[in-house]
Each structure stands twice: as C-alpha cells, then as structure tokens.
Design a protein around this ligand. Sequence first.
Ligand SMILES: *Cc1c(COP(=O)(O)O)cnc(C)c1O
Length: 414
Amino acid sequence: MAISRAECLALDVDDPIKHFRDEFVLPDGTIYLVGNSLGAPPRTTMAAVTRTVEEEWAGRLVGGWNVSGWYDLPLTTGDRLAPLIGVGPGQVVVGESTSIAIVKAVSAALGLRPDRRVIISDLASFPTDRYMVEGLAKALGGYEIRDLRDGEDLGEALSGALSDEVACVLLSQVDYRTGARHDTAAVTARVQASGALMIWDLCHSAGAMQVDMSEADFAVGCTYKYLNGGPGAPAFIYVHPRHQAEAEHMLTGWHGHAAPFAFEPGFRPADGIRRFTVSTPHVLSYAPLNAALDIWERVDLAAVRAKSMALTSLFIDLVEDFCAPYGLTLISPRDPERRGSQVGFSHPEGYPIMRALIDRGVHGDFRAPDVLRFGFAPLYIRFADVYDAAATLAEVLEKEHWRDERYQQRLAVT
Ligand SMILES: *Cc1c(COP(=O)(O)O)cnc(C)c1O
C-alpha cells in the first residue's frame, strides 16, 4: 500500500497552510475536487455582498460610482490581483469574461504586429480560446490560424515556413484536460525571439502556483476557479507596460475612452491599462472576488504550489494502487513539475463512474470524451480527503456502482 490514512492525517497536521481551510464554506460530507472549475466561497463572501447592496447601493444610490469606488473597480481589483501573476500595479484590469479578454489581447497583439498575418493557437486548449480567435480572424479578414496538433513542438511551428509571419501565440499555461503545464519563461522567450508576441491563458494556473508574467506580452484568466471569486466572477487581463502606450484592442467601449464623460463622438483610448476596460463594470460581482483577494493577500504561493504537487502526486499513487485492475489510464504528466494542480484519468465508462462517485460525496468532473478530472485547491483540500477520494473511487469500480441506470443519462453541465 502506498500510504495509510493515518499517515495522511499526519500530513494534514504538519501542513503549513492548513488554517486557510477554515476560511471557506464547504458542505459537510463533500470532498470537493472541482475547485479548478468553481472555487469554494470564502466565509466573508455573504457579508461582502450584503455590504455592497445595503451600504453602497441602497445607501448611496448612484453616488456609489464615485463614493464607493465602483467606477475604478476594474483597476483597483486588478492591482490587488497583479502580485498573484508576478506583475505590478497599473498592469492588470478586471472585467468581463476570459473569452472577452482573449478578444482584447489578441486584437491588440495583431495591431502591434501589422505586417504579420498568422496566429498560433493550440487545438488541445480550452475550446472557447480557439473559438474566439476564429471569430476574430473571420471578422478582421486576412488572418490565418495555425493550430498546434497534439503534442506538436512550438519551436517547430515557429521555425517553419511561416516563421516571420507569426503575429502572436496564444497558449494555456496548464492544459484544462490533462493538467500538462508549460514553462512560461522558456516559451515566452522562444516566441519573442521569433518576433511574435506571447499571450498566456492563466485560467488553470492563477491561484494554483507562483506565476511570473513580467516578461509576457499579455495574459488573461478567470477568477472563479482557483481564485474563488464566485460563479461568473469577472476575468483579468494583463498588458506589459512596454505595450500600454501603443496597444489598442477592438472592443472600444466608453470606459476605455480617454474622457468617458465628455461624450465625444469618436473613440480616443485612455492612457495606461484603463484602455483595456470596456464598459460598465458588474459591480456586484466584484464583492465576492475582493473578499477572496483578502485571503489571497496573505497566501504564500510557494507553499500552495508545494502542497499542490504533494496532493496530486499522492492521488496518482493511491489511485494506481487501489484501482489497478479497473482500467484507468493516467493522462496527466507523472512529473509534478510538469503538472498543474489537477489529475486526469481516462476510462471508457468515465461519465457514469463520475456520476456514481459524486453520489458518494466525491466531486470531480467529466470532460469528453472519457476523462475523469480531479482538481486540488490547496487552500482547502486535505491529504485525508485525497485518501478518501481514491478509496471511494476504488469502491465504485470494484462494486461496479457505475452500472446503475441513473448514472448513464448525461446532464447539461458535466
Ligand atoms: C475556464 C476557462 C475559460 C472560461 O472562459 P469564460 O469566458 O469565463 O467562459 C476560458 N479558457 C480557459 C483555458 C479556461 O480554463
């Protein structure tokens, strides 16, 4: 046996970041391995939302835009988030969704490289990234998307026939399905050496590990996964200071205007990062995110990463030990350095297995065509949870609970 449950409990006692778990609300009897899809709420969330509604909205009405700082929320929240991705103030704004942030980043990058007509994307990455690039290329006309195929080396794509035509490269640091993780410094340097601009999607890395975007050209990401900002929480976009005077994106809404309340007939971009805002911020959605950032301000990301690697390695060892006869195949990198904070196993009956597991209190998710996905949010997942999750998975497989008729029907959100 890889490790006993008692040894896992001992690891929890020695865990230097164990106290953060008490700052989150988690239902009893649930092992929540989906924090990579929707993070758990901080205990202070409810009070933060109530305060925004009662004091700011009900108390000040339209005065909230000035007095409560609503107008600047995209910038002030961006400054609070910036250290989590290794950058400084005035470099990040928060608003809209990641899909919209991708349009902003890619359209700005294309504008900075007007002589280049190729966008490199990764077919394995989360589909919305590729869909948004596709729509953008279609609307602008004259652009070609070059997709990396499964495991294709970026170096090869950049040194190929089109090398001096690549305007930008858009990649996810951590693959949403396999959890495979890029070395962002090496890839960024490689892309920039070819004259192209590097755009990182950090949806599965922000809040799961130390991130350093200080050399990247652009980065985007969501705040509702590891960052615990709440369902539909606004996304972030980072723009390197060297581009801020020149970069112009295509979503030229009034909040990105140099003088929004002058109501001029034509668009003039604001100075600095403010030009990457678009329109009226979703004020109520910033309250839970800022409550979560109150926690993140006190978190040591190196400790988060160390625990994340230990949790994911433990899960792989236990599942391979307990479930050896049942046909699960690890699809995540075995080397923890090359992995994000999640683990995927493929199985032809992946969907009903996950449904049966959820019914027994272990929440992971399923990604088509056959992947059982488990995310480990280090602030609130314990080593004993990992043990119990692997043991429950083994029981579902051994007793074939997944064969139950009710687990075969697909729900709308998997
Ligand atoms: C979660 C995720 C998204 C989500 O995009 P939304 O616009 O927030 O729906 C986008 N890209 C990646 C890589 C993701 O993991």
